[in-house]
Design a protein around this ligand. Structure first.
Ligand SMILES: C[S@@+](CC[C@H](N)C(=O)[O-])C[C@H]1O[C@@H](n2cnc3c(N)ncnc32)[C@H](O)[C@@H]1O
Length: 223
């Protein structure tokens, strides 16, 4: 499915979020508390927007790896990096459920709008925690469900009616019916925090943005 939607992904992201996804990514990167020279892994990197934001924060001496299991997404990320002249970032194939990186390798791991899609969320969180260095930060940016009206009502109209129609208009109704379904099936913020705790992280906190539509979780791997 992600291979199929790759070429339309950026445009639909901007239309569906009215361009707000860029500021959400910036907020998520802030939570990774990066310094120049840090080494960062961006899991489920898609077309690379979050990875490129990270690369700017760790420049000039740091490194970012964006990984994903969709080659069409990775190709678009590589083209974007080249077009922007981004340095210190590379994109490579990896399955988030079995990351091909040594334990303790990264100062920070991020995942933007990715964990909701994992077939085994606990396993994905354990893998991301495994590759963190002691003191390293995991940041999870994800869509969440507002619980209070009027936003919960608007959200339901937007996600259940408008998003699948936009998807159909773009030629892939299945992929954009999957989107609201995957959000509904995803754990609420407190439960996700508990799962991060179970994966071995400490100092877990989360911020809810955009009236309850977006959650940014972070946790630290203890020394
Ligand atoms: C909704 S996109 C998010 C892309 C990007 N992080 C962003 O912020 O726009 C989800 C991405 O997760 C990837 N993905 C889903 N499951 C994966 C897995 N098990 N391993 C690696 N990538 C995965 C998909 O290929 C897709 O590119």
């Amino acid at each position: 499915m992600f291979d199929r939607v790759a070429t339309r992904y950026d445009l639909l992201n901007s239309v569906m979020t009215a361009g707000l996804h860029h500021s959400w990514r910036e907020r998520a990167v802030d939570r990774a508390e990066l310094s120049s020279g840090d080494s960062v892994l961006d899991v489920c990197c898609g077309t690379g927007d979050l990875s490129l934001e990270l690369a700017g924060r760790v420049a000039p001496d740091g490194h970012v790896i964006g990984c994903d299991f969709s080659e069409p997404m990775l190709d678009l990320a590589r083209e974007k990096a080249t077009a922007r002249g981004a340095a210190g970032v590379r994109f490579e194939w990896a399955d988030a459920l079995s990351l091909p990186y040594d334990a303790g390798r990264f100062d920070a791991v991020t995942v933007g709008f990715g964990v909701r899609n994992l077939a085994d969320l606990d396993r994905g969180l354990r893998e991301m925690t495994r590759v963190l260095a002691p003191g390293g930060r995991l940041v999870v940016l994800e869509i969440t469900q507002p619980t209070r009206p009027p936003l919960s009502t608007f959200y339901s109209l937007w996600f259940d009616r408008a998003v699948p129609r936009l998807g159909a208009f773009s030629g892939d109704s299945e992929a954009y019916s999957y989107l609201p379904e995957s959000v509904r099936g995803f754990p609420p913020p407190l439960r996700l925090a508990e799962m991060m705790d179970a994966a071995g992280l400490e100092r877990i906190r989360w911020t809810v943005l955009a009236g309850g539509i977006i959650a940014i979780h972070s946790g630290v791997l203890g020394p």
